[in-house]
Design a protein around this ligand. Structure first.
Ligand code: NDP
Length: 332
């Protein structure tokens, strides 16, 4: 991490790639810890929130200038002196964006097993944190009812596309938006009843025609949240998952906020790690087999090598990504 951005992160300025080896893999002293070889890394929207001054508090730690960026990933242990960690074991959790890292303990890491023939990339996407976000918060907050109308934003991404499928499984009519025609096609393929490109089609016209909305899954905030309030039904549930339209600049004030009162709308925000404990076992039993059988669908964009991380982070913020962005750092 090289400097704190003011707008979108700039590859080469906000983050820089440094090819200098920092660890002697065979001889580095472990002092009771272990060496992890990074296999795959997830690139997620929340990373923009970590590119901030260390004085500003948030739910996640900030990135520190001069230190490697980090995020969720899967790695394999190559050498260990730790009593609970064996060489060859795979771990999922917070990894620094390095090919190898020395860890002193399992803090923030959990053992993970590759099952059902799924590749590791899926374990940081639909079978990882973004999938958990959709699955757990939908279960906890949607109060899904057959025949209800759901509106899902960023429907081409890992969270939104999972939510579309959950809402369909619950017998709802699904309206879904995304910022490219390719993502619109994917949303139709996974069952959205109405899928549209919010950059080329009026969201207001779609909601006016296809609403009112009973459940709004918000990934964007801003103007679209305002419109969702306008076209919400009485008693609608708003699940506030993210507000990416405000991550790289000013947040737009919500003009229609009083409709929360007049339409008796409930608004539920959440951060996934507070739900994980409750649903983790159920998630891993249920979701990976369904993904493997194609009963739940996912789409991913694989970026090869750590040098692509800066561009990958930018693409997720701008929406130039095609699907869930995963960096493939190494094969086994
Ligand atoms: P995606 O991979 O879908 O990437 C984010 C997408 O946001 C972009 O691809 C882009 O898609 C869209 N976007 C960017 N800028 C705007 C804008 N100004 N207006 C509308 N859409 C925009 O992300 P995820 O599926 O991983 O995450 C989706 C949301 O879920 C994010 O808001 C994220 O912060 C949130 N989240 C929240 C969690 C929680 O615990 N609450 C956990 C995980 C994710 P498009 O082409 O559609 O514009």
């Amino acid at each position: 991490f090289n400097s704190i951005p003011t707008g979108y992160p700039e590859p080469g300025k906000t983050t820089v790639y440094d090819a200098t080896p920092t660890i002697d893999i065979d001889n580095a002293p472990l002092n009771g810890g272990f060496i992890l070889k990074t296999l795959v890394l997830s690139i997620d929207p929340y990373m923009r929130g970590m590119m901030r001054s260390p004085e500003t508090k948030s739910y996640s730690d900030p990135y520190f200038v001069g230190q490697p960026t980090n995020g969720l990933g899967v790695g394999v242990v190559v050498r260990s002196e730790h009593p609970d960690v064996k060489a060859g074991e795979h771990l999922y959790g917070g990894l620094t964006h390095e090919e190898y890292s020395i860890r002193k303990d399992l803090n923030g890491l959990r053992t993970i097993k590759k099952e059902h023939g799924l590749p590791w990339s899926v374990y940081v996407g639909a079978a990882g944190m973004p999938g958990m976000t959709a699955y757990m918060a939908w279960k906890e907050y949607s109060k899904a009812k057959k025949g209800d109308v759901a509106f899902v934003t960023t429907g081409g991404g890992p969270v939104g596309s999972f939510v579309i499928q959950l809402a369909k499984l619950d017998g709802m009519k699904v309206i879904a938006s995304a910022g490219s025609d390719e993502k619109v096609k994917f949303m139709k393929d996974i069952g959205a009843d109405v899928a549209f490109n919010y950059k080329t089609t009026s969201t207001e016209e779609i909601l006016q025609k296809e609403g009112p909305i009973d459940v709004y899954w918000d990934n964007v905030g801003g103007e679209i949240l305002d419109l969702a309030l306008k076209y919400a039904s009485v008693g609608a549930r708003f699940i506030e998952c993210g507000m990416i339209s405000g991550y790289n600049g000013a947040r737009k004030p919500i003009e229609n906020i009083f409709l929360v009162v007049s339409k008796s709308i409930s608004i539920q925000g959440f951060i996934i790690f507070r739900l994980e404990e409750k649903y983790r076992d159920e998630f891993y039993t249920t979701v990976p087999p369904k993904l493997a059988k194609g009963e739940l669908k996912y789409s991913e964009e694989i970026v090869k090598g750590l040098e692509g991380i800066g561009e990958a982070m930018l693409s997720v913020q701008k929406g130039t990504n095609k699907a869930k962005v995963v960096v493939l750092v190494a094969e086994e």
